[in-house]
Design a protein around this ligand. Structure first.
Ligand code: PRP
Ligand code: URA
Length: 214
């Protein structure tokens, strides 16, 4: 179930997503469970985000008779993860779309300015033939996602949709101002950012919670 959320965000309100989101917000949830839940949430979100993928008709033969049936059009999709935390979302998505190509953009937030600093980029070479689902669990100031969309557009991506788990109002505004054409899907829009650029109430540092660092 996708509803129109605040600031044009498409909110994924499915009860399974909301239930699992509550579990990953809980500070007592450990690394193993956090990882599994992020994967499950991502799979459930991917189901909604891919709802409008174009289909094409093919001819097959069932055990009973020839039939015309539909498949997702080839060469359509690429999943791009923002390192590190976006990595946690990839397995859930490619369980649903095993042939999707996967790209990576490495960014970290400068601890003082909170501006994204790029350290890596490896994208499918045929991006101009693909619609991109850009994944990162956290949309905070919006810097990382806005920069990633810049990079994807520079490389010719046909379209970009962003899939994050928790978004902050401040970051949504930044991404929508810079990239009004890039749809944002989220499981929750939280209250605000704190003085350190963390989402409140959020879930803390997604990368640290996924990988057990701090
Ligand atoms: C986190 C998160 C996002 C970014 C969001 O990454 O995974 O990529 O912050 O913040 P923003 O919207 O203000 O840009 P972080 O910089 O902590 O790097 P990490 O994933 O490697 O820990
Ligand atoms: N990055 C995170 O991992 N969490 C936040 O709350 C903000 C940025």
């Amino acid at each position: 179930m996708v509803i129109a959320g605040p600031r044009g965000v498409r909110l994924l309100e499915h009860p399974l997503i909301q239930h699992k989101l509550t579990l990953i917000r809980d500070r007592n949830t450990g690394v193993k469970e956090f990882r599994e839940l992020v994967e499950e949430i991502s799979l459930l979100m991917a189901y909604e985000v891919t709802r409008d993928l174009p289909l094409q008709e093919v001819e097959i033969v069932t055990p009973v008779a020839p039939a015309k049936s539909r498949v997702i059009q080839g060469k359509n999709l690429a999943v791009v993860a923002i390192l590190r935390a976006g990595l946690g979302m990839v397995p859930g998505i490619i369980r649903l779309i095993p042939n999707a190509k996967v790209g990576h953009v490495g960014l970290y937030r400068d601890p003082v300015t909170l501006a994204p600093v790029q350290y890596y980029c490896n994208l499918p070479s045929d991006l101009s033939e693909r619609d991109v689902v850009l994944v990162d669990p956290m949309l905070a100031t919006g810097g990382s996602i806005a920069r990633s969309i810049d990079i994807l557009k520079d490389k010719g991506a046909r379209s970009v949709q962003t899939m994050c788990i928790i978004a902050a109002p401040e970051g949504i505004d930044v991404v929508r101002d810079k990239h009004p054409d890039a749809e944002i899907f989220a499981a929750a829009v939280d209250d605000r950012l704190n003085d350190h650029g963390y989402i409140v109430p959020g879930l803390g540092d997604a990368g640290d919670r996924l990988f057990g660092t701090s």
